[in-house]
Structure formats: structure tokens, C-alpha cells
Ligand binder design. Structure first.
Ligand SMILES: *Cc1c(COP(=O)(O)O)cnc(C)c1O
Length: 223
């Protein structure tokens, strides 16, 4: 299958999942391009994609430079981000999906020169190996925060590696519930309207549970 075939299949799956869930097809497909080079990204761009996700600061910067001519690309930073790399990327990315600790948010606040859309990364399953805020610490953090350069547009999670469909539904459902709880707080600069969840193995389940941004790598780029 070519990238074009992959994309057609994914777009069909997105449409079907939206229909099954009775929702409008308003899902943003983020092409996760960490395993392909700038030419591969250009190929996806030519197929009409505009949202791209990278997970390493240095690699992102190289691709950003190489693709500067494509001015309507939307860059999503999705990987764990070292504090000292924030200054290099913060004004070049359009959204950061991986705000997984207070110190990272603090550094983004300090280094950004404009309002930066961010997602708070949540560790729903509570696995120690996973990055992110617990549900309780997320609420505590957001209540105390006083964002100037951050707009917390939503929540992000990584589901556990499992084929247990019920468990995946549960994880995504919990993120949706947390989103509703946070919205009720009515906090300044925390609209929390978006949900970044779902990857190659589970994006259709995530859509059924309310994902607004899915991050798809392998299913799209593996030919
Ligand atoms: C690699 C990656 C993805 C995409 O994973 P696939 O299984 O290839 O679709 C999504 N989100 C994050 C944070 C990633 O690192």
C-alpha cells in the first residue's frame, strides 16, 4: 500500500468511527512523521495533509528548516520534551501535546513569546513508566496555574499497549470525563475543548470516545 492508499483507508475509518459515534467528522488527523524524512513529509503534504507530529526536538528543528517553504504546515510537538529544549522549539511549533509536568509548563511560560496552545498530558492508567499528570494532580495544577503564554486547549493521553478493547474504551472515556470536569471549573486560559488520543492501534476507539486529534504514524507511513 502506498501512502495514498493508507490515507484513503484511514480517512474511511475516521468517517466510519464518527458515524458510529453519531458525531460530525471534525477529527484532526495528525500525521506522525518521526520515522520518515522531510521528503516523506512533503509527499504527505502533497496528498493534502497539513498537521504533522514530531516527538524529538532536534529532529523536529531539522525538518522545520527543510520544510519552511510550506507555510501552512501545522506542527504538533508530541514527544517528551526536555526543559532545556523548550526555548529552541516553542515559537516554531503550533501546539505542544506533551505538557507532562509543572516544570515544563513553567519553562514554556518563560520562553514563549506568544500564546502557545498546549495539551496537558495525562497518565490515566497510572503506569509508572508513563509520563503525565494523574487526574488529581492535573486538576490541582490547573487550579493553581495562572497562564500568560499558555492556552491549555485540551488533554492528551497515550493508551496502554493492549488489544483489550474494553480497557482502551475505558482509558479514553476517563480522559473525556476529566475534560468535562476541567471545563466545569471555568478556568482562565483553560478552554480544554480538545482531546488528543488515539494512535495506529486504537484511533477508531478513541474517536468513538470523543478524540478531536488522533496521532497516526505507522498506519499512514508504512508502505
Ligand atoms: C509514535 C507516536 C504516535 C504514533 O504511533 P503509531 O502507533 O505509529 O500510530 C503517537 N503519539 C506519540 C506520542 C508517539 O510518540
Amino acid at each position: 500500500m502506498t501512502k495514498k492508499d493508507n490515507l484513503i483507508q484511514i480517512e474511511n475509518n475516521i468517517a466510519n468511527a464518527c458515524e458510529k459515534a453519531g458525531r460530525n467528522n471534525d477529527v484532526h488527523l495528525i500525521a506522525v512523521t518521526k520515522t520518515i524524512d522531510a521528503d516523506g513529509i512533503r509527499e504527505l503534504y502533497d496528498l493534502g495533509l497539513r498537521n504533522f507530529g514530531e516527538n524529538r526536538a532536534d529532529v523536529f528543528l531539522e525538518k522545520y528548516e527543510a520544510l519552511k517553504g510550506l507555510s501552512d504546515i501545522v506542527w504538533h510537538f508530541i514527544g517528551s520534551l526536555q526543559t532545556r529544549k523548550v526555548r529552541d522549539i516553542v515559537d516554531k511549533v503550533d501546539a505542544i501535546h506533551s505538557v507532562d509536568r509543572p516544570s515544563l509548563a513553567k519553562e514554556i511560560e518563560k520562553r514563549a513569546t506568544k500564546l502557545t496552545p498546549c495539551f496537558l498530558q495525562i497518565n490515566i492508567s497510572g503506569e509508572e513508566s508513563k509520563h503525565g499528570f494523574t487526574k488529581e494532580s492535573a486538576i490541582r495544577f490547573l487550579k493553581e496555574a495562572d497562564f500568560k503564554n499558555i492556552e491549555m486547549i485540551g488533554l492528551m493521553t497515550m493508551a496502554p499497549l493492549t488489544e483489550n478493547v474494553g480497557e482502551l474504551h475505558q482509558v479514553f472515556h476517563e480522559l473525556k470525563q476529566l475534560q468535562l470536569d476541567i471545563q466545569k471549573l471555568g478556568l482562565n486560559r483553560v478552554p480544554c475543548k480538545e482531546l488528543s488520543m488515539g494512535m495506529t492501534n486504537d484511533y477508531m476507539i478513541a474517536i468513538e470516545e470523543g478524540a478531536t486529534h488522533i496521532r497516526v504514524g505507522r498506519a499512514l507511513v508504512n508502505e
